[in-house]
Write a protein that binds this ligand. Structure first.
Ligand SMILES: C[S@@+](CC[C@H](N)C(=O)[O-])C[C@H]1O[C@@H](n2cnc3c(N)ncnc32)[C@H](O)[C@@H]1O
Length: 248
């Protein structure tokens, strides 16, 4: 159904896996919800094991990577959820809204089927200023599309909303594009880049040029002069936000 992740997702679980600290922040945002829908669920990262979870995922290639004991998954897309109004205590959508063909429709569906909605999405204004974006791969909004900025997501969901920064540990286990800002050598590894859609969707020559520049700046020490302080931090603001919406 979803050609993009059927094409991009074959090795996803090799580098994209749940980070325990991010899991705690996401589970806290879910509050006391006992029944939970995970939309754009992929291989099942961040699905709590102690609650009743149902996953929605349009790519069979991604569903195939769900562990045998993961929650059941329905092959469907966010824009048309096959559930009655108010079926779940909460719905979550993590690192996925920027991939939807119609984010406004999908967010409307989350609001329709669940009481609390929790979304993780990137703030393109912050992401555009990250060294990775500004200095090596200019013009790309990693994981963020201008029409799905956190504020726009909150407004579309409506009700009582809160936007919180996701505190990303510098040694984050989940290899999303912004996860390695303090470990720049990781971006030189094609296996790491393979599971970041932004690199797969960029023309090869732009990826190669940015990687060559980064390799040179790491070898010469220029990167460390400019950004080496990141290596000594415990957490980073990568621009990722948790958006929580409850009915008014
Ligand atoms: C970057 S992965 C995130 C997966 C998972 N949420 C995670 O945090 O690991 C994005 C996922 O969104 C899914 N996706 C793409 N378009 C979608 C849509 N219209 N509705 C629901 N999911 C979609 C993709 O198939 C893919 O599994």
């Amino acid at each position: 159904m979803d050609a993009l992740y059927d094409r991009l997702g074959a090795t996803y679980s090799a580098t994209r896996r749940e980070d325990p600290e991010l899991a705690r922040q996401i589970h806290t945002a879910l509050g006391g919800a006992r029944t939970l829908l995970n939309v754009g669920a992929g291989a099942g990262a961040y699905e709590p094991r102690d609650r009743a979870v149902l996953a929605v995922e349009p790519s069979a290639v991604m569903v195939a990577q769900r562990p045998a004991d993961a929650a059941p998954a329905v092959l469907a897309a966010a824009e048309r959820l096959p559930f009655a109004d108010g079926s779940f205590d909460a719905a979550m959508a993590l690192h996925t809204v920027h991939h939807w063909t119609d984010p406004a429709a999908g967010l409307g569906e989350l609001r329709r089927v669940a009481r609390r909605v929790v979304v993780v999405a990137g703030d393109a204004d912050v992401i555009d200023r990250l060294w990775l974006t500004a200095e090596y791969f200019p013009g790309i909004a990693f994981g963020a599309r201008r029409d799905v900025q956190p504020q726009a997501i909150a407004e579309r969901l409506g009700g009582r909303t809160e936007i919180l920064p996701l505190r990303v540990p510098v040694d984050c286990a989940d290899g999303f594009p912004e996860a390695f800002l303090a470990r720049p050598e990781a971006y030189l590894d094609p296996d790491v880049r393979r599971n970041m859609s932004v690199f797969r969707l960029l023309p090869d020559d732009r990826v190669a040029a940015g990687v060559a520049r980064l390799r040179r700046d790491l070898a010469s020490g220029v990167w460390d002069v400019r950004h080496g302080d990141l290596r000594r931090r415990s957490h980073l603001d990568t621009g990722l936000r948790i958006i929580v919406s409850d009915p008014a």
